[in-house]
Design a protein. Structure first.
Lengths: 419, 419
DNA sequence: CGGTTTTGTTCACCCGCTAAACTAAGAAAT
DNA sequence: ATTTCTTAGTTTAGCGGGTGAACAAAACCG
């Protein structure tokens, strides 16, 4: 035993700051200024926006160009007086983030470059419910391998990779504790994938959280706040506050599907009862509607529809009426669960993704009614568009996973430049 | 209309970084290292813990001592070999944060110095439900005035002030939208207080959130994560993640009291029905128990009791039995609401404060049962002590408000040193 | 075609951190 | 008691990196 040490409990060297860290901070500043601009910007613009001198901004941009994180475009006369600017933007096709996804009904791989452009993508539709995790990971690896090869052939450097999983995974250890919809339990998922795919900086994340990341990217506003609700076999939520993902202490945040809607409700696979999934999960809706599949097949269409897909023009049809009733029930339950989330977390906007995006027209009346009744702050921030369908890509979670991988470059360009 | 501006949407000078900001960063580092140490530390300790050289640490500490944020203690031989260290710690009685609180049944004012020591405090117990806000603010100002005078007389500099309110206040504007338990509505509370008290840097915050801040301070762990549940006339929650308060986009987070427990439940003053407050709010418990006041009068005792207060030895007593039943119902409802919060936000620990701290023994069985049933990640992080009573001060919200004011010094000592 | 305007670079300067030498002050060894 | 060892804190030279001003480049304007 040591004598009482006054420094006990002090973290060792958490954020020491020499000039190197100053440089690194400013590189990030320059990078993010370029990334967040709507169009290519000049060095002078960057200096102005970031509060640096033109000299410094120039030196930073040069370093970023040198490391092929940023590319210069041709000088073009702007029409205004003065020397024309050299526009710079994030480099295309030089550095990639790889997204991987294991969901209940498909596997997916997607590679995005720094600018968010799709370099390659693969999807394999298969029912993974009750499948063997080892086989699923093998399939995923087989799906990813040609993507990696193509990146290597095109001399694209892989900055990192993220695996999106339809279940709560521990951010630190990569362990999946329990995914009732996959039928998997207590699994070292990250280790399993690492054994099959040698990827740099492989991280894991929740499907809904990463889908929210993709939704954020599709918005103009880099400071947006919203809950993304992913409706599918399970129901997950991704929470974004001021442009930052919220994933909790362990990465288990967003388990909206197992929020209690009715304490006397039917039992759930999670062990509890009356969970939201028992009212608004895909099989609950299908059972209530007496259908085998949902209308407006979600596979081909982009998620950002206007919401008029689904039961359009089928009024009067008894099938449509049953679906209508099922969706009303789902909307009511979703409203009860979401109102709790909003009251607790002060969220301004609800974005409906997955099945919910297609069926928003049927879902919305009951959902809005419950929110209006139960959200304490309803109407207090009148500028916010409270409920809207997702505007992001078709398979948002893989896309978000790839973006999350790229985010690690954006968060510390200096670390990347240092190889 | 401008021509399409490429810099449109870019924030202007958000975090420019010259050498000044490096200095400021390191001052914060040094300050926080001193603040988080369990006992006085030497300049060499600071250098080691913060990853700085002894020369830099020395210079930083000197600046902090110069600005009377930090004080040197007498050199004392440590017993070990080598030159004995000069211990430094946060200065006592030089700089204060002022906490103000408007709650349903009292007004309070508290002044803390940088080390968290109480310089002065006042409480005035009055029923403010349905009162005139202007009069309440006047009373608060009268309570605060002698405190300010005393600080001035003792040459204590006031770094800032925070007002804790038992209701959702907009962090940015200081507006209170609706506090059903006070009977106040759509009120420029911050403006009202500013007109009565000329305070530097006056901010507002939610009572439960600020109470959580005080709870955090009473813990050893500066990186703790928990929900603080404030049980009183209303029920609020304060969320702390890795030592940081979560208050949402506007500051309205933590409205646990209006989370729906039963969608078919009794109507609530908030306009909804089946809210947690209808089951676990003070009046709901009193009504269900058939009592006029709760046992173990909360006024005098500290919140950090062992939980054996309340109905101790009253088993068999019909009054006690009624209380027992009421608390079971409250615990069940609290468990339903909290399980949703935990599933959504991935929180490891629940801290029960206010009435709930005293009555924890009666509350716990039903509460734990519901949590165990409904929290998806129950038992996954076995190290965490899941439910425990508050260990903080008796009136945590004022204390937290004062701490929040001090936090602004800790977050940027350089700004304070520059007057 | 010279004057204006804006971009981007060059250069002298300065600030703040680093490393290493140095001084200070105690304990341990001889 | 003196020397040696050890740790704390200061001094000083050096350096990385940002600043600001001057300058060169490249457009537009009258």
């Amino acid at each position: 035993m040591l004598k009482s040490d006054p420094t006990a409990g002090l973290a060792t060297a958490p954020g020491s700051a020499g000039q190197a860290s100053l440089r690194s901070h400013n590189l990030r500043l320059a990078y993010q200024t370029i990334a967040q601009a709507a169009a290519p910007v000049s060095r002078a613009d960057i200096a102005g926006a970031a509060g640096l001198t033109r000299a410094t901004a120039s030196s930073l941009v040069d370093a970023l160009v040198q490391g092929s994180l940023v590319e210069e475009l041709d000088v073009r006369a702007s029409g205004r007086a003065g020397r024309p600017a050299t526009p710079v933007r994030l480099a295309r096709g030089t550095v990639a983030g790889l997204g991987l996804e294991i969901n209940v009904d498909y596997l997916a791989v997607k590679a995005l470059d720094l600018a968010g452009q799709v370099l390659d993508e693969r999807v394999q539709w298969t029912d993974l419910a009750g499948s063997d995790p080892t086989q699923a990971v093998l399939d995923l690896a087989n799906l990813a391998r040609p993507v990696r090869r193509r990146l290597t052939a095109q001399k694209v450097r892989l900055a990192g990779a993220t695996l999106a999983v339809a279940g709560p995974v521990d951010r630190a250890t990569g362990r999946l504790r329990s995914a009732p919809n996959l039928g998997w339990q207590d699994l070292d998922l990250l280790g399993l994938v690492r054994r099959r795919l040698r990827l740099p900086e492989l991280k894991v994340g929740n499907e809904a959280t990463l889908a929210a990341r993709a939704e954020l990217a599709s918005l103009g506003d880099h400071q947006a706040s919203f809950v993304y609700v992913s409706g599918g076999v399970g129901i997950g939520a991704g929470i974004v506050q001021h442009g930052a993902l919220y994933s909790g202490s362990h990465g288990w945040a967003g388990e909206l599907g197992h929020v209690t809607v009715d304490a006397a409700g039917p039992p759930c696979a999670c062990g509890s009862n009356g969970c939201l999934e028992q009212y608004a999960g895909r099989s609950a809706i299908l059972t209530a509607a007496g259908l085998a599949t949902l209308p407006a097949a979600p596979r081909a269409t982009a998620a950002g529809g206007t919401g008029d897909a689904g039961a359009g023009g089928l009024e009067g049809d008894p099938t449509a009426q049953a679906l209508h009733a099922a969706m009303s029930q789902a909307g009511r339950a979703l409203g009860i669960a979401l109102s709790g989330a909003i009251n607790l977390m002060d969220l301004n906007t609800v974005v409906l993704g997955g099945d919910f995006a297609h069926l928003i027209r049927l879902l919305l009346p009951a959902l809005r009614q419950e929110l209006e009744l139960r959200v304490v702050s309803w109407g207090w921030a009148p500028d916010d568009q409270f409920v809207r369908p997702a505007a992001g890509p078709a398979l948002p979670a893989v896309a978000g996973a790839a973006l999350a991988a790229i985010d690690r470059v954006a968060a510390n360009p200096a670390a990347y430049l240092a190889q």
